[in-house]
Design a protein around this ligand. Structure first.
Ligand code: SF4
Length: 307
């Protein structure tokens, strides 16, 4: 089998990481490459295991997204998963994650066993807080089930559904741009894209994300911009409603500028841009905002602290 190639790509989360701390970006995108092999050299393996840690907010978001994905995929094939069943499944997953993280199983197999950041770094999180995270995840799922959108999805023709949580890509400026749409469908001659939210929103970041979704949709389904609609769906709200986001040429232009500037800065730290080979680690600056280090997966291998 041909060796996997570390291909340069762009996504909103990659840009956020690069902006936060270049060194963190280096550990995540380059130092960890190949660390899925448990016989990989120790620094590579450590970077890989740490890269896969999730903090409790990301854990909650990912678990809820995954459960909704299963509910919708079942619905698409004609099966309705009752709320109680979905809730039990979500609780079981979270209990299993909590247990395996506590037992540090992620060091044996980080792909199969979730490692929680707060446990890995012995942060002082009491049982009550962990329980609250579980309960608020169940609340998000419950809010989804009690929404009018859920009722609408139950009844409508599933042939109009386009995407449920698929990782998609398109080309821009010679780079693969990754987008993960939570849900997309056709309705009344338009494409509607939904983004489930389980935490706080960052308006600016959300706008760029929506811009990339719209660009993807126009290319994928060959639709003009005026036929693309995008919605945020806040699952933390008791009666969630789809909040329509502005999709305009101005947004597309701003997204293009953001992507292009970000890709340029990332490529400037490559010794061989064609092969995505980075400059030495020392060229990737540590963040000046040390508060971010308290939340960084790579703290225990970061040379800012270990040298
Ligand atoms: S510990 Fe701080 S400086 Fe080091 S990689 Fe993480 S965020 Fe960057």
């Amino acid at each position: 089998m041909a060796a996997l190639e570390n291909v340069f790509s762009w996504s909103k989360s990659r840009d956020e990481q690069f902006t936060e701390c270049q060194r963190k970006y280096y550990y995540d995108k380059y130092a960890s490459w190949g660390g899925w092999d448990k016989n990989a050299p120790t620094p590579m393996r450590m970077a890989y295991v740490l890269k896969n840690l999730k903090n409790r907010w990301a854990w909650k978001g990912e678990t809820v997204h995954h459960m909704i994905e299963q509910v919708l995929k079942a619905m698409r094939s004609g099966e309705v998963i009752p709320f109680e069943t979905a809730k039990e499944q979500l609780s079981q997953t979270m209990r299993a994650n909590y247990k395996s993280s506590k037992a540090k199983k992620h060091w044996e197999d980080p792909k199969r066993n979730l490692g929680l950041f707060e446990m890995e770094y012995a942060k002082d999180i009491d049982d009550k807080t962990w329980k609250e995270f579980h309960d608020s995840s169940v609340e998000c799922l419950k809010n989804f089930y009690s929404s009018s959108l859920y009722q609408e999805l139950l009844k409508e023709d599933k042939k109009s559904w386009l995407i449920i949580e698929d990782l998609e890509e398109f080309e821009f400026d010679g780079a693969k741009v990754y987008v993960k749409l939570d849900f997309a469908r056709r309705k009344n001659g338009k494409i509607e894209i939904f983004d489930w939210k389980t935490g706080k929103d960052d308006g600016q970041a959300a706008a760029v994300q929506i811009g990339t979704y719209a660009m993807y949709a126009m290319r994928k389904w060959d639709e003009p911009l005026e036929n693309i609609r995008a919605f945020l769906f806040n699952l933390g709200s008791v009666s969630p409603v789809a909040s329509e986001q502005t999709v305009s040429q101005k947004l597309i232009n701003e997204t293009l500028l953001t992507m292009s500037a970000s890709i340029k800065k990332m490529r400037a730290l490559l010794s061989n841009p064609d092969k995505n080979i980075p400059l030495p680690a020392a060229q990737f600056k540590f963040t000046d905002n040390e508060r971010l280090c308290n939340y960084c997966n790579f703290y225990k291998i970061c040379e800012k602290y270990s040298k």
